[in-house]
Ligand binder design. Structure first.
Ligand SMILES: Nc1nc2c(ncn2[C@@H]2O[C@H](COP(=O)(O)OP(=O)(O)OP(=O)(O)O)[C@@H](O)[C@H]2O)c(=O)[nH]1
Length: 392
């Protein structure tokens, strides 16, 4: 039974959100020494709280308590809230997240600073066997007492509204498992937006007590890099068929992989699977090591027969234990938090810039001149930035 912090009030949310463990109450010494910027954080949070209507406050309380009790419906509703484009709901989503984040931090401190959940990214080309693997792997994990959530990042659903990862019902057995939670990719928005909401959905899943979070993506565009930046361990799934050397998998993404898994190693595909495994083993030897405590592994498995699935889990556990013992895993998470913040800033700054009336007015003419070769891109960019900054 998980400990529920039912006595948590909005006041403690505010304090926990800002304090990060120190006493910043207005009468404390730390408060007086607090930089002005931090005071603004407090003021902003206080203002947001005061602005809540009674209905909003009750709604957020219900979601928060339901989430902590591990109710799947509340988790689903909370993720929908962070995915919303509605400006008011966006504020509510951030308040909920801040509260869950503070709760998570408190729980982590009780566990000696150990992260509550293990985040694993799974990427691979369409048809690599990702969903079949997650089905078998997820069932194995829930069978061993874990609670597993599966989030998806599908870049095709962002650009075309179509879906590379398939609209078919995936992972049917796992989706019926009470200890599993499966969330498809948001079906609209930019990759940046989807990345943001997936990062936030991970926090919510952890708050809801899922100790293993799997983030699945298809190996297209930049989505793999985005997912590699939000997980503790990044695993590349490669099908044995194809024959082309390394099957055109981007070199950059192989460098990000903590493990490469050759799927469908059964029946007639066993021999090609061994060949692909050997190819990747040699390729990885040539790459720069990402960690001083871990050598990326190349393994093979079959979701059909189950061979190799628990071997992979043993390797994942070894990766996690090594990362925690050396503090590299915690360091990676800290760095990811900053990367995430900067990517949010980039997205918002670009949006502000593109929507600025002076930029919108000047853009079409300048863009035409640049494509016609009459104006250098550098000068056009300078003019647009000037239009933006001079009318702030
Ligand atoms: N022989 C064999 N076939 C497999 C195995 N795993 C998956 N397949 C087959 O490979 C095909 C693709 O599997 P999926 O699990 O749907 O692959 P995916 O990567 O999730 O594909 P998308 O949903 O398109 O992204 C299906 O026809 C599966 O039956 C396996 O372990 N062995």
């Amino acid at each position: 039974m998980r400990t529920l912090n039912l006595a948590w009030t909005w006041r403690s949310y505010l304090t926990a959100a800002v304090n990060c463990g120190r006493d910043y109450s207005p009468w404390s010494a730390a408060w007086t020494a607090l930089p002005r910027r931090a005071y603004c954080v407090e003021a902003t949070l206080r203002q947001q709280m005061e602005d809540l209507t009674e209905r909003e406050r009750r709604g957020l309380d219900r979601l928060y308590q339901g989430l902590l009790q591990g109710q799947r419906a509340c988790l689903a509703e909370s993720i929908t809230l962070v995915e919303t484009q509605h400006p008011r709901k966006k504020v509510l989503a951030q308040m909920l997240l801040q509260r869950v984040l503070a709760y998570r931090k408190q729980q982590e401190e009780l566990k000696g600073g150990k992260p509550l959940a293990f985040r694993v990214g799974l990427s691979g080309p369409p048809g690599a066997g990702k969903s079949s693997f997650i089905e078998v792997f997820g069932k194995m994990l829930t069978g061993r007492g874990h609670r597993v959530s599966v989030l998806a990042v599908d870049p095709s659903s962002c650009t075309s509204g179509g879906s590379l990862m398939g609209d078919k019902t995936r992972m049917t057995e796992l989706s019926r498992d009470m200890n599993a939670f499966i969330r498809p990719s948001p079906s609209s928005g930019t990759l940046g937006g989807v990345t943001r909401t997936t990062n936030e959905a991970i926090v919510l899943c952890e708050g809801a007590g899922y100790d293993i979070v799997l983030v699945e993506t298809v190996g297209v565009g930049q989505s793999e890099f985005a997912v590699a930046d939000m997980v503790d361990m990044f695993v590349l799934l490669i099908p044995p068929a194809g024959g082309d050397e390394l099957q055109g998998i981007k070199r950059g993404i192989i460098e990000m992989a903590d493990a490469v898994v050759v799927t469908k190693a059964d029946g007639e595909l066993l021999v090609p699977a061994r060949r692909v495994q050997a190819e990747y083993t040699s390729a990885l030897k040539l790459l720069r090591k990402r960690s001083s405590v871990w050598n990326p592994k190349v393994m093979q498995l079959s979701s059909r027969t189950g061979d190799g699935v628990s071997r992979l889990w043993e390797a994942m556990r070894a990766f996690r234990e090594g990362g925690l013992a050396s503090s590299q895993l915690q360091a990676r998470r800290r760095q990811q938090q900053t990367v995430w913040m900067w990517s949010l800033i980039r997205d918002s700054a670009l949006h502000l810039f593109q929507e600025h009336p002076a930029v919108r007015a000047a853009l079409p003419q300048l863009q035409r001149s640049v494509s016609a070769g009459d104006l250098t891109p550098g000068l056009a960019a300078d003019l647009l930035l000037k239009a933006f900054t001079s009318s702030q």
